[in-house]
Each structure stands twice: as C-alpha cells, then as structure tokens.
Design a protein around this ligand. Structure first.
Ligand code: ZN
Length: 244
C-alpha cells in the first residue's frame, strides 16, 4: 500500500513542477507583448512629431512665398508712383503700398515665430529619437532574456515530461486512472490528511475514515473535495521500512 502511495506522490511531484514551470513561463509571452506595445507607442509619438515638423515646414514655405510675392508687388507699385498723373491717384497708390508693407511686416513676424517653433520641434524629435533608441536597446535586451527564459522553461518541461512517463509506469494502474481524472480538474490531486484535516480542502474527514487511512497507510477519497487522500504518517520515514 505504502509503495503505491509513494509512487503516486512521486508522480504528482513531477506534475506540480511542470505546472509551476508552465505558470511561470506563461508570464514571458505576456511581458514580451507588453514591451512591444510600449515601443510601438514611443514610435507613434515620434511619427506624430515628424508630421508636425512637415506641417510647420509647409507653413514656413507658404509665408516665405507670400512675403516674396508682396515685395515684388510693392516694388512694381513703387515704380509706377512717378507715372501717376494726379495727386489723388498718387496718394491712393501710396496708401496701397503702405498697406502692403505693413502686411509684409506682419508676415515676417509670423515667419520668425514659425522658424523658432520649427527649431523647437526638431529638437523635440531629436530627444525623442534618442530616448527611443535607448529604450529599444534595453527592451531588446530584455526580450532576448525573456525569450531565453521561455526556451529554457520549455526545455525543462520537455525533460520533465520524459521523466513523468517513467514515474507513471511505477504507479498502480487503477490509482493512476483515478489520479488522472482528478488532476485534470485540480492539482494537487492527491493530498495528505493531517490531524484529521484534508490538506486539499481544509475540511475534517470523518474520524472513521481517518483511522482507516492511518491503519492501512493506503489511499481513499476525500468526501468534501474528492481528491485522493492518505494519512500524512504514511509517507513519513519513521515508519518501519521493512520493505526497503
Ligand atoms: Zn478534501
């Protein structure tokens, strides 16, 4: 009885190890995709800044073109001033020239602001790009590390699975079948009963059942959680090991 129990406990040890490895490995793909998302956000921020620079450049070129056109116009009008026959026509044209010059002044001020804005935006891109490069480097290092860990865990699981079939071969067939059914729903599937309490569900097992487990050193089923149970004394080495 005790040997059957020991074999099954050994199998569960392997299963628990596999489960904990899988759980730990689960975190890695999630972390990797989080890192990739972070990097994507940083990249979009740079692209938005670049689009802003393009827009500012377009506005700047437009202002420069307008100023040049206005200056040409003023020059042409100034050339015509002396051709004006009446004082009325002369002063009308002079007023137009004055208005155009004021317009040029306003647009020149706008242009100066635009140039400053462009310089600031270009600086912002530079600093964002350098941030991005630093981040990308550290993230790619972290990702390599995570992928390595993932691969390592997968390798460990594989080798444990190989070991599992060896261990499972030593387990009593009926007990193994029952264990496999429970294992699919809950792990641990086999638990000890200590001082009358099932360690799977923390409920007391009936005293009669507990006594029986202690006497036979075998297994039964917990009436509360349906796990396979045994008296913890059964796996304690102080038992006379006459069979070993
Ligand atoms: Zn239980």
């Amino acid at each position: 009885m005790r040997e059957k129990l020991k074999a099954l406990a050994e199998l569960q040890k392997v299963d628990l190890e596999v489960a904990s490895l899988r759980k730990a490995a689960d975190v890695h793909p999630r972390q990797i995709s989080e890192l990739e998302r972070d990097l994507g956000v940083a990249r979009s921020a740079i692209e938005a800044e670049r689009a802003r620079v393009t827009d500012l450049e377009r506005q700047k070129a437009l202002l420069e073109q307008n100023i040049a056109d206005e200056k040409d116009k003023v020059k042409k009008w100034e050339g015509r001033l002396s051709d004006q026959r009446s004082t009325r026509e002369y002063s009308a044209l002079a007023r137009e020239i004055d208005i155009a010059k004021k317009g040029i002044l306003t647009q020149s001020e706008e242009l100066t602001d635009k140039v400053k804005e462009l310089a600031t935006a270009r600086e912002a891109i530079k600093s964002k790009e350098s941030d991005f490069a630093t981040r990308q480097q550290s993230l790619s290092g972290r990702m390599t590390e995570l992928r390595g860990k993932l691969g390592e865990a997968e390798g460990q699981v594989k080798s444990l699975e190989g070991r599992r079939s060896e261990v499972a071969a030593a387990v009593d067939a009926t007990l193994l079948r029952r264990y496999e059914v429970i294992r699919k729903k809950k792990l641990p599937a086999i638990v000890g009963v200590a001082a009358g309490t099932c360690q799977g569900c923390n409920m007391n097992v009936p005293p009669q059942l507990y006594n029986m487990l202690r006497t036979t050193l075998g297994t039964d089923v917990c009436p509360s959680c349906n796990r396979i149970i045994y008296a913890v004394e059964a796996l304690q080495e102080k038992q006379p090991a006459a069979d070993e």
